[in-house]
Write a new protein. Structure first.
Length: 481
């Protein structure tokens, strides 16, 4: 707003624009150039702050709650006002108070941690002075100053300060009881001294009377007896009174000791309660929570292991049953196959053995010739020649044939079966000599006689009339012609 502006003693006009630094006017007036300049008001009034720090631990670990009252305002110097304008201009008063309050509370907390309860309780002014000195630097950096700071209240939720007061109270009561006992003792002593002086004066008077009345010895003897009797009574009364006084003094001293011990017991009981609560908070409850957590984890792990073990056992059991079923089926199949093979061997007999031998002869010949098949190169020295045994390649062929010809002899040596004799005994099998001795038959006659041989067809054995051999092939018997 342009024009003339004025401020009271509790305000500062901050005029910006037209100068390198803002112009400050306190308790005066100034003209603000329209458009070029801007004016704002900064309050210089005192702000009351309630500095509360609940449950802060002191240097010895005792929790205290301290309430203080601080009076804060913007400092009166131009630099401080300019700094405060940079920090707070345009903010509401509550926002400025909140910044200052948080600063004071932080420093009050930090100072609590450096002092003991006794130091804070016995010298509040020293504590307040240290908080003010420490916080004053940060306040000055914001353009503020602490006008005053006092401690309003100190609270102790654990009863620590009450215990300190109880001890002091017991000390005062003890001193008062001791003073009373000492006064009574002094009074008794002075009373005894006065009685002693009285008796001394009486003795002097009696002596003077005895000296003056020495002539009257009879009366004097009687008087002396009476005086001595009263003197003895007086001494006994004095001693009795002195003993009573000492007894009363001793009783008072014992009573004082009893009170002192009772107070010590109360203080120790409070300390035991405090330590027991501290033990509950720091050890027992965390230990119980940790035990509950470990037990819960153990129960979960136990349940998981049981479920996994049951699943694994079930899987193993099912897999074992499946393998047992497979082995059982395989064994039954092999047993059935062996049974059928045994029946086939029993039915076919020697003919089946001979058929098997003929089926395996090519494999035997291949095994005999196998070494020659792996030979990369054969060098033959000499030609065909006229020798009856031959030479060269024909010699090699004849050696292979001779090796195969020895197979029946080897089989007979190993198994006792004569393959050649078995073949001769088969019906319809003729040797080479028998075939040569038979006369030749015309082909036409054979063709014409074929229909006439129908009755002999009953002796023919077809492959379909016999079951398959043990190796899956047809019977080794051939048709008779």
């Amino acid at each position: 707003m342009a024009g003339f502006h004025k401020s009271g003693p509790n305000e500062a006009l901050i005029i910006s624009g037209g100068w390198e630094l803002p112009k400050i006017v306190v308790g005066g007036r100034a003209f603000v150039v329209p458009i070029l300049q801007k004016v704002e008001v900064l309050s210089l009034e005192v702000m009351t702050l309630s500095v509360e720090t609940p449950t802060v631990y002191t240097k010895k670990g005792v929790a205290l709650s301290i309430d203080g009252v601080a009076q804060v305002k913007v400092a009166n110097t131009e630099d401080a006002i300019r700094t405060a304008a940079q920090q707070f201009l345009g903010k509401r008063l509550e926002e400025i108070k909140m910044v200052a309050l948080q600063t004071m509370e932080g420093h009050q907390r930090s100072m609590l941690g450096t002092m003991s309860v006794e130091e804070i309780y016995q010298d509040r002014d020293a504590f307040a002075r240290q908080v003010r000195e420490v916080a004053g630097t940060d306040m000055a950096n914001m353009g503020l100053e602490i006008v005053s700071f006092t401690i309003k209240d100190i609270r102790d939720e654990q009863g620590y300060m009450d215990a300190l007061g109880m001890g002091r109270t017991a000390e005062v009561k003890r001193d008062a009881a001791i003073g009373q006992a000492e006064a009574e003792r002094d009074a008794g002593i002075k009373s005894a001294q006065a009685e002693q002086a009285k008796q001394a004066a009486k003795y002097e008077a009696d002596t003077a009377i005895a000296d003056s009345e020495r002539a009257y010895s009879v009366e004097k003897a009687a008087y002396d007896r009476e005086v001595n009797a009263r003197k003895a009574e007086s001494e006994l009364a004095y001693q009795l009174q002195e003993a009573k006084t000492r007894q009363q003094i001793r009783q008072e001293e014992l009573q004082i000791e009893v009170v002192e011990r009772q107070k010590q017991i109360e203080v120790q009981e409070q300390e035991i309660i405090r330590r027991d609560r501290e033990l509950d908070a720091t050890i027992r409850k965390p230990a119980e929570a940790e035990r509950y957590r470990l037990e819960t984890i153990a129960e979960g792990e136990k349940a998981r292991i049981v479920v996994e073990a049951e699943a694994e056992a079930k899987s193993i059991r099912l897999r074992g049953e499946a393998e047992a079923d497979a082995l059982r089926a395989r064994g039954l199949a092999e047993a059935e196959a062996m049974k059928r093979k045994a029946e086939a061997w029993k039915e076919y007999g020697q003919a089946a053995l001979i058929q098997k031998l003929f089926e395996d002869l090519p494999a035997i010949a291949g095994a005999v010739a196998q070494p020659l098949a792996k030979t990369e190169r054969i060098v033959v020295i000499g030609g065909g020649g006229s020798s009856s045994d031959g030479a060269g390649a024909s010699k090699i062929t004849r050696d292979v044939a001779n090796t195969i010809a020895q197979v029946p002899v080897i089989v007979e040596a190993l198994t006792g079966i004569d393959i050649v004799a078995s073949l001769k005994n088969l019906p319809g099998v003729k040797t080479v000599d028998e075939l040569r001795s038979e006369p030749p038959k015309p082909e036409a006659a054979t063709i014409e006689e074929t229909p006439a041989e129908e009755p002999a067809a009953a002796d023919e054995v077809s492959a379909d009339d016999k079951p398959a051999g043990p190796w899956g092939g047809a019977s080794s018997k051939t048709k008779k012609r």
